[in-house]
Structure formats: structure tokens, C-alpha cells
Design a protein around this ligand. Sequence first.
Ligand code: PLP
Length: 360
Amino acid sequence: SRVWNFSAGPAALPLPVLERAQRELLDWNGSSASVMEQSHRGKRFIAMAQQVEANLRELMSIPDDYVVLFEQGGATQHFAQIPMNLAREGDSADYILTGHWSEKAASEAAPYVRVNVAASSKADSYLHMPPRETWKLDPSASYVHIASNETIHGVEFHQIPDVGNVPLVADMSSDILSGPIDVRRFGLIYAGAQKNIGPSGLVLMIIRRDLLERPTRPMAKIFRYAEQAANDSMLNTPNTWGWYLAGLTFEWLRDNGGLTAMAECNRQKAELLYATIDGSGGFYHNPIDPPVRSRMNVPFTLQDSRLDAAFLQESEAAGLMALKGHKALGGMRASLYNAVPPEAVQALVDFMRDFARRHS
Ligand code: PLP
């Protein structure tokens, strides 16, 4: 009776995760109380939190010299907190602009670091990635920032760019856990939870330990990643519910073949949808340079935008939820995160073909 959910975020969660959370809601872990009602200082919660981190470390092969933090504030807060922690006043950082979110990361960082836009595809409406050989990186920058996947514009880095010895910082909010990555290539990875991890209100961070020792500026403890790490992300009350649900998602990933299996499944889902768009004889259109198309977020337009309202109304009636595109781009967007099963994408492309046939 549930709909197929293509929302960009907060997004679909795996059904087995929701079912387990429902089963455990009133009596978690033999405590006769909900996980939301447990003290974060209690033995039960701490044991769970440690297990969740251990499971994530195994899933992503996170090396021991990286810390894992379970933070709050959304990815947006960390657009500002990252320069606060990685740069001193007057230092510069390189930003690669590939869409809305990397642009926002740069503008929110600007009060705390000298932002150098080392590359940008804005002039071409973010339809391509700026080729690596054109990036004007500064070897003395505090870090290089990218958004590995642009949720709104639908472009994704399929290879981790080489940025030399400067730490690479990546906003992975919308493609974390979609496949294996080499954590060692990054100085800092961060991701809002509400796409591939769990409910909003939790931000996962993976930080190379030596970066926590950088001299910074005076700031409240709550903003300092080194303090958060020293206090196991419990400097204050953490998002206990989000932490628990993230743990259920990590177990679901492990039990379903881990990130290698997830990558193959995501590749097939995206291929099917792009093939349907490209094979529609122009009825549907995705403008992104094919080698950098996102596997997670697929924006597309209808050739005749007067059909948009009918497309949305009929798709919703067919049990396909949240296909309306972001207001910045219009048209449609289908987000194909881990929790969207192949059957959902099959249902979507069946609907799209039928709609095109009826309205051509
Ligand atoms: N970065 C990316 C790539 C996103 O897609 C989003 C939200 O959609 C954000 C950052 C902002 O996240 P939050 O709403 O958690 O601050």
C-alpha cells in the first residue's frame, strides 16, 4: 500500500528499516521503553552508538586514523563550521563550483575563509563538470571543497579528483553509501543524513585525525570538531533517534551485499531511467553531459511543458511520489537513492513510456 518515493530529501528509507523501527518502537533492546526515551549516557545507548560506528567503519573501510562524528545542524551548518575548523583567519580555501550546493557551500564559507573559486561550470548552467586540467588550485590552500553529487543540478563526480597534498573536503550528502569509495583520498567527508542514511537532523562526518589538530580561531566548544571527537559526538545531547536509524540502515546495507552490491544496483537503476529519457524521441530530456550524469538525482523536462501538470497528477495517481523538479530548474526530478528499489524505477519508466505514448 506504500507509494514509490522519488523525493530528493528527506527521502525514502528502506522498508525493512522502517518495519524494524516500528517493531522496536515501544520496547527497544529489552528496555521496555523507546530508544528515543533512553539517556545518551546510558549503557544501552552507548553500546548501540559504538556498534553503529563500528558497522559504518566496516561498510566504508574507514581507516583508524579517521574519526567518525554524528553531528547536528544539517550539512548547511557545516558549510560554515568546516572553514572555522580547518582554516585560520586570513587563510584561503579552493572551491569547485558544480551546482547549487557547492555554490552555497562557498558562499556560506566566505565569512570564515578567503574563498578561491578554483573552477566553475556556472557559465554553462552546470551542465558539464569543469575539466580537472582547468582547475586553478592553490598549493597553499587550507583545503579543496567539492560536492561529490549535486542534488539539484544532477551532476556527479564519478572519479575522485586528484588535488595533490591539500586535503580534499567533500559534501557527500546525496551520494554517500551509494557505492564503495577510498576514504583515504579525502581529508573530510560530510553528509546530511536525510537521503542515504536516515532522518534529517543528523550529519555524518569522517575526518582525518591530523586535521583536528590544526590551529584555528577562538570558538565555542560545540563548534569545534576536536571537542566533538574527544567527547564521542556527545558534547551535548545528540540526535539519538537519527543515530539509531542510521544504524539500522547500515545493518540493512551490510545484510544486502554492502556497498559493492549497492553500486551495481544503483548503476542499473540510473541506466534504465536515462535510457528511457534518451530513447523517448525528445519527449523527455536530460541536458547533462552523459559522463557526469548523477546516479542519484535525475532531473528531466518534458518537451511540452504544458503537460507538466498532467504528468505530476497522473504519476501521483499511479503511486509515484515526489517527481516535481526543484523550483530552480522546473520540470521533473527523480531521486534514486539506495532505498529506491529497482521495481520502483521499473514502475516509473513504465509510466513514463505510457504517458509519452498517450500524449504524443
Ligand atoms: N548538500 C547537498 C548536496 C544537499 O543535497 C543538501 C540538501 O538537500 C544540503 C547540502 C543541505 O543539507 P541540510 O538541509 O541538511 O542543511
